[in-house]
Design a protein. Structure first.
Length: 135
């Protein structure tokens, strides 16, 4: 039987209402601790920092894709550039937010339209297998 990823999913989707440790804190690594204002400054200046932030977001989404059940691609049918523009818009409105919170907010928005299955695979046989109650 596969372990359930539901608790992790709930933590990721509802970070503001679920504590990470006993005090409600979690470690923020690397550029995730920057403010949205810092991100926007680097992005508009076209600095190397902007590319580092984009790479950080790609890593965040890749990890999300790997650990959240029924998620092939959190971006769904959107391109990375479209999602980065959404992040730009969010950060423009929430300049004091830390970057990881901004990315988490965008992730929550994307979740409903994520790609659940790889587009190049015939998954009908898998669904029949699961519908039969075999895990």
């Amino acid at each position: 039987m596969k372990p359930s990823h539901l608790p992790l999913l709930l933590v990721l989707l509802f970070r503001n209402s679920v504590a990470m440790d006993i005090d409600g804190s979690f470690a923020v690594l690397s550029l995730g601790g920057d403010s949205c204002a810092t991100y926007l400054s680097a992005r508009t200046a076209g600095e190397d920092g902007a590319q580092r932030h984009v790479a950080w977001v790609a890593g965040y989404f890749s990890a999300f894709n790997q650990i959240v059940a029924s998620t092939y691609n959190i971006l769904g049918s959107q391109t990375p550039d479209e999602v980065m523009r959404q992040l730009d818009s969010y950060c423009t409105t929430h300049q004091d937010a830390i970057f990881v919170d901004a990315v988490a907010a965008i992730t929550r928005q994307l979740f409903a339209t994520r790609a659940n299955l790889a587009p190049d695979k015939n998954n009908q046989a898998k669904w029949k297998y699961l519908d039969a109650g075999v895990e």
